[in-house]
Design a protein around this ligand. Structure first.
Ligand SMILES: C[S@@+](CC[C@H](N)C(=O)[O-])C[C@H]1O[C@@H](n2cnc3c(N)ncnc32)[C@H](O)[C@@H]1O
Length: 553
């Protein structure tokens, strides 16, 4: 494998050399250089080493010039990159290609205020889905390589220096001792290639406040979920799964001097599609509740419900978002997961009411646990509803001053998008659509009643007493740039909403296609109610570019 030296003050271009300052300032030059880099064969491993400016290092065609940070992408990839970021660099999002794309887009929407947070990336990514490939005796456990035909072993990299390392070591030893075979593993089709893999979910908690903040990530205990190729606990291979969990617990559990593992869960998944988790979960060992502290509140997380991958970036996003929510507002948090966003707002903005709407019933337990630790003087009425936001979305919007949406990468469901477009043109009480009026009437439809049975609410009169206000503020948190752009354009083109702020956050930079993620916050307000003194509505989004070809600074 060719190893090429690359400098921390380097940039490649066929164009005229420029010094670092000039190059950063000259956007055209920068973009040309980015295009050139896209033509590269990415089979080489790049190393970050000090290198004198203007030194030709890659044949005659490519030159290396003084600059800030390198752009690089390799097949073994971001691990070289991340090690660099991990150890020393604050990744400057402002110089990234994603940032430029976003800024161009928002300028087109007349948003001048586009801000972003820089963060030391891998020191903060807390949650990983890891795959295992290879033989029993030489397994690799880590993230998929770009083509997803192999796994880059996380232990070969200096990037994820957490107790996850130790857990992976245990898994490998364990597989050998217990001869966990291919047939026990979960089978997946990934990118049309049929590969055998076993999937682990690992999350590190930074909750332990007895540790100095700098050590919490490194020494946080790990929540491990083993995804098993069987339908349930009655399968013949369940004994092997149990043995595997016990082995890990004995070697890395609370009785050891080095206590690595917080808890172990099993997930049963026999499906051959790309969905990682099956519907059936079982808690095997350790504490059930796994706590984090984000957005000013303690948050409980189970692996079965969605958890943001980067605790620190999420915390930063939540603190920013709180500023856009008026005190005493009533909130609906759609695509809420365990309701972390809604509950954080309830606690910090003294919200009148907070409704969290989520389709995955497994998130209910975490919601209840988190709610049980909210400050006792909180007067908000909080509730969690297992429901599909695409069904009767207006019924969730009416009665809320602020709508928070945090959809999956595919973006908003069309029916919700429609409802958001139409809601600002409605006159409350006079023009309530039939579907939302029925919510105020006594509900008789069995399927809605069934959904309500799975709801948790702190005030049973909530639905009836809720004021019938219309949303003035929309906060959009996105992790899918393309879908966000489409949704945003639809909202703006309806002239219902005005957009005036955006904010970016680094959430992760991970190996899968070198996806690059950041969040933005935007502010939207109803065109006809916009006062120009204060933004009335906000969208935040967190987006990511899978297969983003280069990273630039
Ligand atoms: C990106 S996650 C956001 C979770 C949450 N806001 C958080 O920060 O933890 C998207 C969530 O939307 C949920 N979801 C997907 N489609 C949905 C739908 N049609 N109705 C309600 N929830 C949905 C998923 O189960 C997932 O929990």
């Amino acid at each position: 494998m060719t190893r090429r030296k690359f400098t921390e003050k380097a940039l490649i271009s066929q164009k005229e050399p420029k010094n670092a300052k000039e190059a950063i300032e000259d956007e055209d030059w920068f973009l040309v250089m980015q295009e050139e880099l896209n033509q590269f064969e990415w089979n080489d491993v790049w190393e970050l080493v000090p290198c004198p400016p203007s030194q030709t290092i890659i044949g005659t065609k490519w030159k290396l010039y003084a600059f800030y940070l390198p752009i690089l992408h390799t097949e073994l990839d971001c691990f070289q990159l991340t090690s660099c970021f991990m150890e020393s660099h604050v990744w400057d999002i402002v110089r990234s290609g994603v940032y430029r794309t976003a800024r161009g887009f928002f300028r087109g929407c007349f948003v001048e205020q586009y801000l972003s947070d820089s963060i030391i990336l891998f020191k903060t990514k807390c949650c990983f889905k890891l795959a295992e490939l290879g033989s029993l005796y030489i397994p690799s456990i880590g993230l998929y390589a770009q083509r997803r035909d192999r796994v880059v072993d996380i232990q070969q990299t200096p990037t994820h220096k957490t107790n996850i390392y130790g857990c992976i070591h245990l898994l490998k030893a364990n597989n050998m001792e217990l001869t966990v075979e291919e047939r026990d593993r979960k089978f997946s089709t990934i990118n049309l290639q049929f590969v055998t893999d076993i999937i682990y979910h690992m999350a590190v908690t930074t909750y332990n406040t007895s540790l100095p903040a700098s050590e919490r990530y490194k020494n946080g205990k790990v929540q491990v979920a083993l995804v098993w190729n069987s339908r349930n606990e009655n399968s013949t291979s369940f004994a092997k799964l149990n043995a595997m969990a016990n082995y890990m617990w004995i070697k890395g559990g609370p009785t050891r001097k080095v206590h690595l593992i917080h808890s172990i869960w099993a997930n049963f998944q026999t499906s051959t599609n790309n969905v990682i988790f099956g519907n059936r979960w079982r808690h095997l060992l350790g504490e059930r509740d796994f706590w984090e502290h984000v957005g000013g509140i303690d948050v409980s997380m189970v692996p079965a419900s969605f958890g943001q991958a980067n605790t620190r970036a999420f915390d930063s996003l939540l603190h920013k978002l709180q500023k856009y929510v008026p005190y005493g507002a009533s909130i609906v948090d759609l695509y809420a997961g365990a309701g972390v966003i809604g509950l954080s707002l309830a606690a910090t903005r003294k919200c009148r009411s907070v409704k969290c709407v989520e389709v995955n019933k497994e998130a209910k337990h975490s919601f209840e646990k988190t709610a049980s630790r909210l400050p006792t003087d909180m007067e908000s009425r909080i509730s969690w509803h297992q429901a599909d936001t695409s069904k009767e979305p207006l019924s969730w919007l009416i009665g809320s001053d602020v709508v928070v949406v945090d959809p999956p990468r595919k973006g908003l469901d069309p029916s919700l998008l429609n409802a958001l477009q139409s809601v600002s043109f409605m006159k409350i009480k006079d023009n309530l659509p039939e579907s939302s009026k029925t919510k105020i009437k006594i509900e008789k439809r069995p399927w809605i009643l069934r959904e309500k049975e799975t709801s948790v609410q702190s005030d049973s009169q909530m639905a009836q007493n809720e004021s019938q206000s219309l949303p003035q503020t929309l906060i959009y948190i996105s992790c899918g740039w393309d879908s966000f752009k489409d949704d945003c354009m639809s909202l703006l083109s309806s002239k219902a909403w005005h957009l005036d702020r955006a904010h970016g956050f680094n959430f992760f930079l991970e190996h899968r296609g070198l996806s690059l993620s950041l969040s933005l916050s935007l502010s939207l307000s109803h065109t006809h109610t916009h006062t120009h003194t204060e933004p009335r509505a906000h969208i935040y989004l967190h987006f990511c570019f899978p297969n983003f070809p280069t990273i630039s600074f």
